[in-house]
Structure formats: structure tokens, C-alpha cells
Design a protein around this ligand. Structure first.
Ligand code: C5P
Length: 308
């Protein structure tokens, strides 16, 4: 298969992380997944992925940056799986690639870092190999790789239903400022869903996104949005990592408009009114010494994008 890129050239893609403004979950289904009603917002913490040509059937991945040692580079790596799936479905056996990922999204941190890398690999390899794929084709493949991959491809603000992979756009005005508190160590998403199953009551509320949250997004009103943040997985994450309670309390005491465990955690996301409030909160949180690091981000931002 011919490529417009000469060997040695690099396709570079940037992929954003996400926070769930709302995450409501039903009970475990027979397929092991949970039906969700969630609102995703893509935020400005980015992994970068480079894709280069490699010999036929040769696929490799190297990982650099924060927490790189926590990312597998064998066949379980989600970006590698994405590249192989794309080659199988749309390419030929002549294809191969060498991927390099620079991590900034926390690893197993509840911000869809692995899914972002898979989305990045789908876009980068489709360009590297000059494949005839439409954006919808990548979303369809993404769904097979993980429930968050479709959102990582599209970014912005979106309502996710079914496993979180059926997306509908959500109207959102303005830019929201967040302070992310990164924790030491990881929290396994299946383990958090497992604890959620143990804690869940049969009379749990219906899977509804609060109307107040959608109205706050339409109005561009961070104070109202902060009051509506909700995550059904938060009690499960807190029961597995009780120390996060202290992080949540500290952020609220320091004036955050709202604080929430991001996805399955352990990252905690605090919403603030503007950039100067974000600076104040991040300095305050860092001085408490209760998180690995803090980072100021904003959203919504796009999903995967070609940089070069
Ligand atoms: O789809 P993904 O591989 O990212 O999901 C990781 C795990 O998270 C699943 O194996 C499942 O245990 C849990 N999960 C779930 N329900 C969802 C999404 C994820 O139970 N809607």
C-alpha cells in the first residue's frame, strides 16, 4: 500500500483527557458492563502520540513522560491494539507501525488516558497508512476497544448512554476552569465498578442527568454547574481509597465551586470560577501535601487532533 508519507516521517497526534460532570450508573448487565447516563467534558491535559512506519506486521510502542513505567508495552497496550485492529479492518498485512506515547494524562486515573491513546493511535495510523476511513469508521472501531474511546475521538461536551459509548452532543457555552488533584497510585476501573455493585441499593435512583446541569452548561454558569456535579462511582472510589475524602474536603474548604472524583478515580477534579481562582486553589491544594501533584486545566477542548 502506497503512502504519501516517506518512511521516517512522523504523524503526531494530541489527545485530551476527560472529566465526567455527571456519571449515573445502573446495575451490572449480563455482558459485565453497566448502563450509564454520563456527561463528558474533554479537558486540556494531553497525551501526545507519534506514529512511524515499521516493517510489515511489525507493531511496537514506547511510552515516555509521567508515570510511563505504569503503562504496559506488550499486546495489552490499548494504542497498540487500536493500531492492529485498524490495520486488520482497513489495511493489509503489509502494514506496521512504531508508536511513541508521551503521557501527561494520569495512568488508570479516571480520566480515560488509555482510551485517549487508543483514539490517538486510530487517527495517527489512519493518516500514516493513508487509509480510506471516515470519522464514523474510527468511532465504530473505538467502541470495540473501550467504552470511552468514542468520546476521546470526538471531545467537546457530550452525553454518553449505553456503556457511555453512544454519544449525543450537549450544548455548552463558555470555558470552565478546573484544578485536577492527581493521586499516588492507580484505581482499577473494574474494581471500582465491582465495589459499586456491592454498595448499590436496589431502589437506586433512575439514570437521569440533572436538568440543572444541562441548564448550567447552556447558561455558561460555573457556580450552578459546580452544585450539580454527581458521580455514582464516587462512594465506591472513596471506599477503596478513603484518603480521597481528605482531598475533596480540602478543595471545598479552599473555595472550589464543586469537587468530584473523576470517573472511577483516583483523580479529583475541582471546578472554579476563573483562572485566578484556579491558581489560588492549586497553590492551596499543593501546600496541603495530600496529592501527588495538581494541574490547572480548562474545558471543553476538542478530542484527538493531528499536530503534524
Ligand atoms: O470499556 P473499558 O475497557 O474501558 O471498560 C473497563 C471496565 O470498566 C470494564 O471491563 C467494566 O468492568 C467497567 N465498565 C463498566 N461499565 C461501563 C464501562 C466500563 O462496568 N459502562
Amino acid at each position: 500500500m502506497a503512502s504519501p508519507l516517506t518512511e521516517g516521517e512522523v504523524v503526531r497526534v494530541r489527545a485530551s483527557g476527560k472529566v465526567n460532570l455527571v456519571l449515573r450508573s445502573g446495575p451490572r448487565r449480563p455482558d459485565g458492563y453497566h448502563t450509564l447516563a454520563t456527561v463528558f467534558q474533554a479537558v486540556s491535559v494531553y497525551d501526545e502520540l507519534d506514529a512511524r512506519w515499521a516493517g510489515p506486521g511489525q507493531f511496537s510502542v514506547a511510552v515516555q513522560g509521567e508515570q510511563a513505567d505504569l503503562v504496559p508495552t506488550d499486546d495489552t497496550n490499548l494504542a497498540l491494539r487500536a493500531a492492529k485492529l485498524l490495520a486488520r479492518r482497513f489495511g493489509s498485512e503489509e502494514l506496521g507501525c512504531a508508536l511513541t506515547i508521551r503521557k501527561a494524562i494520569p495512568v488508570t486515573g479516571g480520566m480515560a488516558g488509555g482510551s485517549a491513546d487508543a483514539a490517538a493511535a486510530l487517527l495517527a495510523c489512519s493518516v500514516l497508512w493513508d487509509l480510506d476511513t471516515a470519522p464514523d469508521d474510527l468511532v465504530t472501531l473505538g467502541t470495540r476497544l473501550g467504552a470511552d474511546v468514542p468520546f476521546c475521538l470526538t471531545g467537546g461536551t457530550a452525553l454518553g448512554s449505553d456503556r457511555g459509548d453512544r454519544l449525543a452532543p450537549v450544548l455548552s457555552r463558555g470555558t470552565y476552569h478546573w484544578v485536577l488533584a492527581f493521586s499516588e497510585g492507580e484505581l482499577s476501573t473494574p474494581a471500582v465498578f465491582g465495589r459499586f455493585d456491592e454498595l448499590r441499593r436496589d431502589d437506586a435512583a433512575a439514570l437521569e442527568v440533572p436538568a440543572g446541569l444541562l441548564n448550567a452548561l447552556i447558561a455558561g454558569d460555573p457556580a450552578s454547574l459546580g452544585a450539580c456535579l454527581v458521580n455514582d462511582l464516587e462512594p465506591a472510589a472513596l471506599s477503596l481509597r478513603p484518603g480521597l475524602q481528605q482531598v475533596l474536603a480540602a478543595g471545598r474548604d479552599l473555595g472550589a465551586l464543586g469537587g468530584i472524583v473523576s470517573g472511577s478515580g483516583p483523580t479529583v477534579a475541582f471546578l472554579v470560577g476563573d483562572e485566578s481562582a484556579a491558581i489560588d486553589l492549586s497553590v492551596g491544594l499543593a501546600s496541603h501535601g495530600i496529592c501527588r501533584s495538581v494541574k490547572r486545566v480548562y474545558g471543553p477542548v476538542p478530542g484527538v487532533r493531528l499536530i503534524s
